[in-house]
Design a protein around this ligand. Structure first.
Ligand code: PMT
Length: 429
């Protein structure tokens, strides 16, 4: 075992250090943070990060990679966290206490700081090679990373790809900061400061009671319109923006339900999901839920048309079709318009995916569909909108427009949720 089991006088000395925090930490409401420490030089900041978390009321169990033990003392981590650091997957004693799956379940958040280039690669591949990577795959808690590495490593295309993959999987990232690095180079790659990381994580976990008792119903993701048993019409929506918005409303204290088309991104916790495939299934699910909704948000990229006939058998190439095949389509019901024109109407927000004259078309769409607000993104820009980690949108209410420049979908979602809740809470009807 490369960390120490501490007992006797040494244990009492540690208890004294731990007592330093006793007045600050309320065990009753302390969020549980698993702190994964990667093997980068910034690991030396880990005890300070633990201290900052505890100062803000969190309970910490450090999970130390083998490489990190060369840079930070498990004894110091035990002293400041008050918990025995964990590190080995194959540690019978530790597993008998709290096994890796139990650790993954215990966590309200998994924070990986520093997240090294190697750790990002491991996460991107989904490989379960050590305790930390196993916990990463097993937990449903939100995951936060604070990368730290040499500037050139950070800018290497392989790292860029891995970061994109990991963010696409729903991981949230802070930093890295710019500045002088331990290796003497300047540029991005420094781990963010411990106080900033701790504040950011706990702020993101916080659930306010602003929308307590408010039911929010969202549609999210693409729909699939079947042509035959193996072919369908769909689009590039990943569900990222919808899930980010669901999370943001959850953090404001709302009860959130998402009617989701088929997506492959991780599902945030604390939210109810209704799975659908086609636009007509999405409409039926919304019809079944909308009576309870106070706010309805249509983020989904719903197919406007579906094949007139979904065939039971796979279409075969044949003599009959040798000059081409005509697929006849019919229009789907407009779900958001249906909700916005009900007698018992929630506060309704639509999205608009436009490729030109975005603002003008979105204003018209808002009025035509009788929406309280519309969020428009210019999907001709491939850096934002469909299946990207970031977005840039304009939120249009009657008499007020808010432009949100390019940022992560989580950050956009937070801003949208704040604006929409304020408008909802101060509406006149
Ligand atoms: O899922 P991501 O990869 O994160 O991408 C996010 C997004 C680009 C899908 C999202 O930001 C977005 O723009 N969603 C709306 C996409 C869309 O279908 O836009 P639209 O302009 O075609 O539709 C306008 C509104 O009517 C939308 O609120 C849509 O949900 C709704 N609609 C459309 C057709 C239909 N039959 N029923 C509907 O409710």
């Amino acid at each position: 075992m490369y960390w120490l089991d501490v007992a006797g006088p040494q244990r009492r000395a540690l208890d004294l250090v731990v007592d330093e925090f006793a007045g600050i930490v309320s065990a009753m409401q302390a969020p549980h943070i698993l702190l994964g420490i990667g093997g980068g030089i910034a690991a030396y900041k880990a005890p300070e990060l633990v201290r900052q978390f505890r100062k803000l009321g969190a309970e910490i169990i450090p999970v130390v990679t083998e490489a990190a033990t060369h840079l930070v003392s498990p004894l110091a981590l035990q002293a400041v966290s008050g918990n025995t650091p964990r590190g080995k997957l194959w540690d019978a004693d530790a597993e008998a206490g709290m096994g890796h799956i139990e650790l993954a379940r215990w966590a309200d958040a998994l924070v990986i700081a520093p997240a090294t280039a190697n750790r990002l690669a491991t996460m991107a591949q989904g490989s379960a090679q050590d305790l930390l990577s196993t916990i990463y795959l097993a937990t449903v808690a939100p995951v936060f990373i604070a990368p730290a590495m040499n500037t050139r490593m950070w800018e290497h295309p392989a790292t860029v790809r891995n970061v994109e993959t990991v963010l696409g999987d729903g991981v949230r990232m802070i930093g890295p900061d710019d500045g002088e690095q331990a290796c003497g180079e300047f540029g991005p790659g420094r781990m963010s400061e411990p106080d900033a990381i701790a504040e950011w994580v706990l702020d993101s976990l916080e659930i306010s009671n602003l929308l307590s008792g408010v039911n929010v119903l969202l549609t999210s993701g693409p729909t699939r319109e079947h042509i035959d048993p193996v072919r369908y019409i769909t689009n590039k929506s990943s569900g990222k923006q919808g899930f980010a918005l669901a999370t943001a409303f959850r953090q404001l204290g709302a009860d959130v339900k998402v009617v989701t088309g088929p997506v492959h991104v991780a599902r945030p916790t604390g939210i109810e999901y209704v799975d659908v495939q086609s636009a007509s299934e999405m409409k039926s699910a919304v019809e079944a839920e909308v009576d309870q909704a106070d706010i309805f948000i249509a983020v989904a990229a719903v197919a406007d048309y579906r094949p007139v006939q979904a065939l039971d058998q796979k279409i075969k190439k044949s003599e009959q079709n040798k000059d081409g095949l005509v697929l006849e389509l019919t229009e789907n019901d407009d779900i958001v318009k249906f909700v916005a024109n009900r007698a018992k109407k929630p506060f309704v927000v639509g999205f608009a995916a436009e490729t030109r004259e975005a603002i003008r078309f979105a204003r018209e769409k808002r009025a035509r569909k009788n929406l309280d607000a519309i969020v428009v993104n210019d999907v001709s820009d491939t850096r934002i909108g469909f299946d990207s980690a970031e977005n840039a949108v304009t939120l249009i209410f009657e008499g007020k427009e808010v432009e949100l420049p390019q940022m992560s979908k989580n950050a956009i979602a937070k801003r949208l949720a704040d604006e929409i809740s304020q408008r909802f809470l101060h509406r006149s009807n």
